[in-house]
Design a protein around this ligand. Structure first.
Ligand SMILES: CC(C)(COP(=O)(O)OP(=O)(O)OC[C@H]1O[C@@H](n2cnc3c(N)ncnc32)[C@H](O)[C@@H]1OP(=O)(O)O)[C@@H](O)C(=O)NCCC(=O)NCCS
Length: 463
């Protein structure tokens, strides 16, 4: 075995070790609950921000927050990280099965073809990318990329749409399965589905190309042409750096991309689905996902984690830094999750990977030790009590750092991966589309009397 292959095997072994630890620590937790088909309308307890609301059925991915499980189409995330590739996982999410050899070859060829978006790269280069926030540039690039596919979109006809009365009482939702409720996607289904699949492939390939172009343009370097012979992960690194990655680097990027590919109805997935449910352009829908992912409560957290670790400076300062933050009831970036009330399985993989990679890199090693100490402090104080554990963002930045990826690109790389989940869920939802339309409880005033501007005195504020 060559040294490089030994290294990739070491990485696989780390993933399998993390899997064994996860299984050992979560085996006594409750079994999965709500996984059966739904009779609409459904009753569920809903909190602010739609917390707890069930908006649709999905066969794409399952998150069990109590156990710390993440499953794509029935496959455990640890298995996929240990043995699969991003291309296989993206195909799995979209099509529902692991591709055969020939399906995978065709898919890879399409991705290689769609990576090539010279017009988008050229137009993007004319914008002040250095000054732009990378996620804004990515959103822009994604929309520009849609232009290159315009003729295909234009040739798709959506047929005759049937509208419905949205404010019927007591509930807007009609039971599913009624003939008139399945409307938008009947006509020319096969042709359209083919077009839509190609658009999804185009997005999966293109978001990576745009991210790499942003990386280059930010450094004042020319963009790099994609290499059709490389895997998605290797090509991403190649296009960002201009250098072919080692097998170990490729494997690490592949794992990072697999881990971030899908995660239930998170904010960015929901945002992209909401836009798609209006039958808007799918590139705009993905642009909305990118916008939602940007926030520090979502994908933007990994960049913030690194800043926080750098601010702490050394492992000995963790205790005093954390005590101060704890006393002020501050939220610690990279910890806590809306769904996981156990250790995030993605952090279980990324933590040991960060440790492994930081071994040869003194600077990152120091940051890793800070992270490890911080993890211990947070779990000791908030683990049992509030079920606060590291989330996916806590260690991902350290992993990317050892690969010399600038921190502003962490969130765009998250998008490179998550675009598979976004497109898969949009496709699934559109098969039985219903425009998203929750309600807000009106708590404002009634019977206000309008006073013309010229006779108004002072300002009257709503309570
Ligand atoms: C992800 C996140 C938004 C989920 O939030 P949520 O489900 O709405 O949880 P809440 O904000 O209601 O928090 C519940 C309790 O846990 C505490 N908590 C949540 N995340 C915390 C964190 N990162 N550090 C310290 N305490 C935290 C809250 O203070 C709250 O305590 P309280 O009940 O005494 O008020 C939240 O954990 C967070 O802001 N984390 C930091 C940002 C981050 O890492 N985001 C990436 C997510 S993948």
């Amino acid at each position: 075995m060559t040294k490089l292959h030994q290294k990739t095997q070491e990485i696989t072994d780390l993933v399998l070790k993390a899997q064994a630890k996860a299984y050992a620590e979560t085996s006594s937790e409750p079994e999965p609950g709500l996984t059966q088909p739904i009779q609409w309308p459904v009753q569920c307890l809903v909190g602010p921000g739609l917390e707890g609301a069930i908006a649709c059925e999905s066969q794409i991915g399952y998150v069990n927050g109590a156990k710390g499980w993440l499953i794509y189409r029935g496959y455990d995330i640890f298995e996929l990280c240990a043995y699969s590739t991003y291309e296989e996982v993206a195909y799995l999410l979209i099509h529902g099965h692991i591709p055969s050899k020939s399906e995978l070859n065709t898919f890879k060829k399409k991705l290689a073809l769609y990576r090539y978006i010279p017009e988008t790269q050229e137009t993007l280069a004319q914008f002040p990318i250095k000054k732009m926030q990378p996620m804004s540039a990515l959103s822009l690039g994604t929309i520009l990329m849609g232009q290159e596919f315009n003729e295909i979109i234009a040739s798709a006809s959506f047929g005759k749409l049937i509208s419905s009365d949205e404010d019927s009482i007591p509930m807007e939702t009609k039971p599913r399965g009624e003939e008139h409720a399945i409307y938008e996607f009947k006509a020319k289904k096969l042709r359209r589905q083919n077009i839509t699949l190609n658009v999804c492939y185009h997005l999966i390939a293109g978001v990576a190309t745009i991210t790499a172009a942003i990386a280059r343009l930010r450094e004042g370097k020319p963009v790099v042409k994609p290499d059709p012979n490389l895997s998605h992960a290797a090509n991403l690194i190649y296009m960002m750096t201009g250098k072919h990655p080692s097998p170990a680097e490729e494997r690490i990027m592949d794992i990072a991309l697999i881990l971030h590919a899908d995660h239930g109805m998170n904010a960015s997935t929901f945002a992209s689905m909401v836009v798609a449910s209006t039958l808007s352009d799918i590139y705009l829908s993905i642009g909305s996902g990118i916008a939602a992912l940007n926030g520090p409560l979502h994908g933007g957290a990994n960049e913030q984690v690194l800043k926080m670790l750098q601010k702490i400076k050394n492992p000995q300062r963790v205790k005093s830094w954390y005590t101060h933050a704890f006393e002020r009831r501050e939220k610690i970036t990279g910890f806590g999750h809306r769904v996981y009330k156990a250790y995030d399985p993605r952090a279980r993989v990324l933590g040991p990977l960060a440790e492994h990679l930081a071994y040869d890199d003194p600077d990152t090693r120091n940051l890793f030790l800070i992270a490890k100490n911080l993890e211990a402090e947070v779990i000791a104080t908030l683990g049992e009590q509030k079920k606060i554990f590291p989330n996916v963002d806590f260690y991902s930045g350290l992993v990317y750092r050892t690969m010399k990826i600038p921190s502003e690109l962490f969130t765009p790389i998250f998008a490179v991966s998550r675009v598979a989940g976004w497109t898969a869920r949009i496709l699934e939802y559109l098969k039985n589309n219903r425009i998203f339309r929750p309600r807000a409880m009106y708590t404002g005033l009634f019977n206000q009397k309008y006073i013309p501007a010229r006779t108004r005195t002072g300002t009257k504020k709503n309570p």
